[in-house]
Design a protein around this ligand. Structure first.
Ligand code: HEM
Length: 185
């Protein structure tokens, strides 16, 4: 195992895994092949798991943009992953354009929050939705981010509304690849 892999999370699309794929929609950019199931591994993937399909790796990392008050608000509301009621999940891998990465940190923060209200909007959907963001831009992966969400089946419509609101923001004009994979277990 290399140092790079040590704390990574690996999503394997194929025939195995507890998560069954209900839909796989390419929102923009190149398609990701539709698979039957998604398995999630920490660090190493058992060799038997890599059966065709795709392998996406990311790292749950520190917060880049969050201000202290937002951090506290998130911590107070965000539920843990793996709640028994969370029988639905979404894996939404996203890549942003070179124009995004050429901006400075404060310019990106202004777009993400002051102008697109990503955090404020998202906060309103907690604790219905549990989330984790995996960073992959520096790993040479096909996507910059692997975003993961879990919720109860009766919250699926609420989650759809959240995604629609975010996709309508200025921040999303920088998204050049997005695949929306909906899962159940
Ligand atoms: C469930 C409610 C949500 C909350 C509370 C939330 C909150 C956040 C926060 C706090 C960050 C900044 C992390 C940092 O400081 O590095 C972030 C980043 C991000 N979120 Fe969300 N989010 C939510 C939903 C979503 C959804 C539904 C999507 C995808 C459709 C999404 C995609 C992303 C992406 C791609 C980033 C990385 C942005 C970047 O670093 O350029 N989020 N989110």
């Amino acid at each position: 195992m290399t140092a790079l892999q040590r704390h990574s999370t690996v999503f394997v699309g194929g025939a195995l895994g507890v998560w069954q794929v209900e839909r796989c929609d390419t929102i923009c950019g190149p398609v990701l092949p539709t698979v039957e199931r998604v398995a999630v591994y920490e660090d190493d993937v058992p060799s038997a798991a890599s059966t065709g399909g795709w392998v996406l790796r990311g790292i749950a990392s520190y917060e880049r943009y969050v201000h202290r008050a937002e951090h506290e608000a998130l911590a107070a509301r965000q539920p843990v992953l793996g709640r028994p009621s969370s029988r639905c999940a979404a894996l939404i891998p996203i890549t942003k354009s070179a124009a995004w990465w050429e901006l400075t940190q404060d310019e990106r923060r202004a777009i993400l929050e002051e102008r697109s209200h990503h955090i404020a909007t998202g906060l309103a959907y907690l604790p219905a939705v549990a989330r984790r963001l995996y960073q992959a831009h520096d790993l040479g992966e096909p996507f910059d981010f692997l975003t993961w969400f879990e919720f109860a089946p009766e919250q699926a419509q609420v989650f759809a509304e959240l995604v629609e609101r975010l996709r309508a923001t200025e921040e999303w004009t920088y998204v050049e690849r997005e695949v929306d994979i909906r899962l159940t277990r």
